[in-house]
Design a protein around this ligand. Structure first.
Ligand SMILES: [Zn+2]
Length: 458
């Protein structure tokens, strides 16, 4: 009888999650290993050199898909697979813009995703310049008839995403609003904190008119020319192709859990990029950080209790990958323990937001402790968002975490030809891996249940 009880107790212990102090020690070891691990750098270098820019629906995206599968297999991930769906694809053709009068100037521009092409030979019209989007929105219907509307609103540099979130409206809805008021074209100052002559592209709502981003110095040139009072004319020539439905891919790999393999921690980044630069900070870095974190955990002497799944979402920039992933995996959401995407560049993590009530669990308190030497604070506020591709999972009820990167420099590079590997600091990249590895391990090797904790936190 006594032996039986002992055997039962031993079996229970084996099945139980590791104790908090043991968990903290392993998380700390992972953190320290991550700081000198070069996997994230190697993966970023590999994707940006072997594939480079990879817009959704392009042949480069097919190569990125194959790269993702090969990389996950090479690193020892299991159940490596491709989930196929359809997503929009806008692909750039030749583009040019110039001021034709009163003084001729070439303009550095990039068409916006979903821009309509100009007629062959281009489109020339007088411009109407607005310093803010709101200034243009105050114009009545018909006020911009026959004109090219120009919005030159500046973006504020912030550590978090606030500056971008505020300024991005001018890019995303400016074209639609200009078209409503009769404009035949739309130019927007790049949503960027940079002052180089590189324009920054990005997605925009379909407006039926040609839309492009101006480099910041060119936006300022147009402001000065318009301020002189005489009519300013701009010629725009934009070519592009658009398909509402093009083949798209989410690439998936797993570290299977030893006890509860059906319980899953979903992490990842997005595999697609815009067509300029090599998609290094957006978002090869996110792919690399999460892949490297999972790989470090896989290299531990024993697998974590739960499964860690890395997803390389394939159509974030033009939209559709998160929705497709949630739709294809909806039945599994109740067993998704946590979901989060790394997609704000390669700057150091400075703050973590966990699901509501998370610190009620010893594993999460252990995780918070492990962060201290990395100068990362766990916010008392619950995570609001786990990233664009995780949004649809969150809607279905998946708990999310927010690992906030320092974005102070990110928008100098984002969506521009300057988004290249040399801008990434390997040390900052490794710091990201350290935080991700510690968090993912603490969640995957414990029995933390964020849904129950959220209930307890009211
Ligand atoms: Zn991104």
């Amino acid at each position: 009888m006594r032996n039986l009880i002992l055997a039962a107790a031993a079996a229970l212990l084996a099945a139980a999650p590791v104790q908090a102090n043991e968990l903290a020690a392993t998380a700390a070891a992972l953190r320290d290993r991550a700081l000198s691990d070069t996997t994230a750098w190697t993966v970023t270098e590999s994707l940006t050199s072997e594939v480079g820019a990879r817009p959704q629906g392009s042949p480069a995206m097919d190569r990125a898909r194959d790269w993702g599968v090969a990389k996950l297999r090479e690193l020892g991930f299991e159940n490596v697979r491709v989930e196929t769906y359809e997503a929009p694809s806008w692909l750039r053709g030749p583009e040019s813009a110039e001021v034709t009068s009163p003084y001729p100037h070439k303009l550095a521009i990039l068409g916006l995703g979903r821009s309509t092409p100009t007629p062959r030979g281009g489109l020339e019209a007088e411009i109407a310049v607005f310093r803010t989007l709101d200034e243009m929105l105050a114009q009545p219907e018909g006020a911009l008839k026959g004109k090219i509307a120009v919005v030159t609103e500046r973006m504020r540099r912030t550590q978090d995403i606030t500056g971008y979130a505020t300024a991005v409206r001018a890019r995303s809805i400016g074209g639609v609003e200009a078209a409503k008021r009769g404009a035949v074209g739309y130019l927007v100052r790049s949503v960027s904190t940079d002052d180089t002559r590189l324009p920054h592209t990005g997605g925009a709502r379909f407006s039926g008119i040609p839309m492009a981003a101006l480099s910041p110095p060119d936006a300022e040139l147009l402001e000065r020319l318009a301020a002189r009072g005489a009519p300013v004319r701009v010629k725009l020539e934009l070519a592009s192709t658009f398909r509402e439905k093009a083949p798209a891919y989410n690439v998936v790999g797993e570290i299977r859990g030893r006890e509860a393999p059906d319980e899953v921690v979903v992490i990842g980044g997005h595999l697609d990029s815009w067509d300029v630069g090599t998609g290094a900070v957006d978002d090869a870095a996110g792919i690399a950080i999460t892949t490297a974190a999972a790989k470090l955990i896989a290299d531990l002497p024993q697998r974590p209790r739960r499964t860690i799944r890395v997803v390389m979402w394939g159509a974030e920039e033009q939209g559709g990958s998160g929705e497709a992933y949630a739709q294809a995996n909806a039945a599994e959401v109740p067993r998704m323990i946590l979901a989060s995407e790394s997609d704000l560049g390669a700057g150091e993590i400075w703050r973590v937001k966990l699901p509501a009530g998370a610190l009620g669990h010893p594993a999460m308190r252990a995780f918070a402790q492990v962060l201290a030497p990395l100068s990362v604070a766990v916010s008392p506020e619950p995570a609001q968002s786990g990233g664009v591709d995780v949004g649809p999972l969150q809607t279905l009820g998946a708990p999310v975490a927010e690992l906030s990167q320092d974005a102070s420099r990110y928008f100098d590079l984002h969506h521009s030809d300057d988004d290249t590997l040399d801008k990434i600091d390997p040390k900052a990249l490794a710091q990201n891996v350290a935080v991700w590895a510690a968090l993912v391990y603490a969640v995957a090797d414990s029995d933390v249940d964020f849904r129950a904790l959220a209930g307890g936190a009211r």
